[in-house]
Design a protein around this ligand. Structure first.
Ligand SMILES: Nc1nc2c(ncn2[C@@H]2O[C@H](COP(=O)(O)OP(=O)(O)OP(=O)(O)O)[C@@H](O)[C@H]2O)c(=O)[nH]1
Ligand SMILES: [Mg+2]
Length: 329
């Protein structure tokens, strides 16, 4: 097998094409971010830094919920609703279990059939779980590139695997939790801590025979939310019902996102959330790097093994062990 030819990437022209809103260039730029090659990583950093002044202009909405709750169908309906109102929609995904097979891309595109046919929509499946630096970190940077390309609403879909709900909540302005009508589901959401993260709970599939059950579920969530202290002083997460299939309630769903921004902007809370997210992201990257160094540097690894043994045997205190590891870093 011969190594692929290393053709240098023309960064200024790629940056220009992203800025001009070319979807093919945007897709190429995201592929660059996701590449494991060291030279690509260097280029990707330069590209994101170059485009940074153009970022931050989209409304960022995270959408989570159990498999089959209707996330993709909701994004399709909401995306079309927004495009009809002049918006440009980027759809990203965080799925830590995704090995990114052709099948899942195809699956998502068929579930977002209407949206994927729109010129003003850009749909990108989750980075693969083998991605260097984590799936969520790549999605974050992809989001910045989408903003630079002029997409003014970014929808991030995640199925709650591992930390992915927290990670998506940490990169979005509004975190929407979708639920199903029916018993059992309610308490699950509360147990998982999902309800604490949500800026709104929306019960999907409130159509046909499901309407009464959806309303009942809504009542139960309202009661549950009532006993929780809201995360924000200016926003009490609402509970609503809707149907992604019929589109009934999609307008109200979007209105809630706008209401949230209007309610949290004057006090500075909206901006403060983003600022805090940026700083937290930096620390996460730093922690990842430290951990990677601990694992990859053979000299450090050997020393850490010795220290671990010494701590386990009670020869040195964990504090002293930590001091010595910190010194090596
Ligand atoms: N009746 C009804 N069915 C719906 C509605 N929304 C979605 N569905 C159906 O529910 C199934 C799952 O929908 P998806 O949108 O693929 O769900 P998802 O949450 O994206 O699923 P994953 O990506 O696999 O986690 C599909 O068969 C949809 O047609 C709705 O509002 N009403
Ligand atoms: Mg889906």
């Amino acid at each position: 097998m011969t190594a692929p030819a290393k053709r240098p990437i023309d960064l200024p022209s790629l940056a220009g094409d992203v800025r001009a809103g070319h979807r093919a260039a945007l897709a190429r730029a995201i592929t660059l971010i996701e590449s494991r090659r060291a030279d690509h990583q260097t280029d990707a950093r330069a590209l994101v830094q170059e485009l940074l002044p153009l970022t931050g202009r989209a409304l960022r909405v995270g959408i989570t919920g159990s498999p089959g709750v209707g996330k993709s169908t909701t994004i399709d309906a909401l995306g079309i609703y927004l495009i009809e109102r002049g918006h440009k929609i980027a759809v990203l995904a965080v799925d830590p279990s995704s090995a990114r097979t052709g099948g899942s891309i195809l699956g998502d595109k068929t579930r977002m059939a209407r949206l994927s046919a729109e010129a003003n929509a850009f749909i990108r499946p989750s980075p693969s779980s083998g991605t260097l630096g984590g799936v969520a970190a790549k999605t974050r940077e992809a989001m910045l590139l989408c903003e630079a390309a002029g997409f003014d609403v970014v929808l991030v879909e995640t199925v709650g695997v591992g930390q992915s709900e927290t990670e998506v909540c940490d990169m979005t302005d509004f975190f929407l939790a979708l639920m199903l009508p029916g018993a059992g589901d309610e308490l699950q959401g509360i147990k998982k801590g999902l309800v604490e993260l949500a800026d709104m709970i929306a019960i999907n599939k409130a159509d046909g025979d499901n309407i009464a059950r959806a309303n009942q579920a809504a009542g139960e969530y309202r009661a549950a939310l009532h006993i929780l202290t809201p995360r924000s002083a200016h926003w009490q997460p609402p509970v609503m019902t809707y149907s992604a299939a019929t589109g009934k309630g999609i307008a109200e769903l979007w209105q809630a996102v706008l209401d949230h921004r209007a309610a949290t902007t004057p006090s500075g809370e909206f901006d403060a959330r983003r600022r805090a997210q940026q700083v937290k992201w930096m620390w996460t990257l730093l922690e990842d790097r430290w951990k990677a160094k601990l694992k990859s540097d053979p000299a450090i690894r050997a020393k850490v093994k010795q220290l671990e043994a010494a701590v386990a045997d009670g020869k040195i205190t964990p504090t002293l062990g930590a001091d010595q590891i910190a010194e090596m870093l």
